[in-house]
Design a protein around this ligand. Structure first.
Ligand code: ZN
Length: 75
């Protein structure tokens, strides 16, 4: 997917959190594992910590520091 800001190709990955470690993003189809959390790579600085476990498929542009994901807001 091209970045809507700069037009460069975005990286596909998984945004995830476990309620204890900082929210992380990892390129590819698997969420960041325990070792990724320990070394702190892929920490999403914009995210506050959450109380629950979650994963979100998302696209990341390292040049613009933008992240995009598809969602609907339901009640
Ligand atoms: Zn961009």
């Amino acid at each position: 997917m091209p970045c809507p800001c700069c037009g460069r190709e975005m990286k596909a990955g998984i945004l995830s959190g476990d309620g204890r470690s900082p929210v992380t993003w990892k390129q590819g189809e698997k969420k960041a594992g325990l070792m990724d959390a320990i070394v702190g790579s892929g920490t999403v600085t914009a995210a506050r910590r959450t109380l629950t476990t979650f994963t979100i498929e998302s696209w990341y542009c390292p040049d613009c520091k933008k992240m995009i994901f598809d969602t609907e807001v339901t009640r």
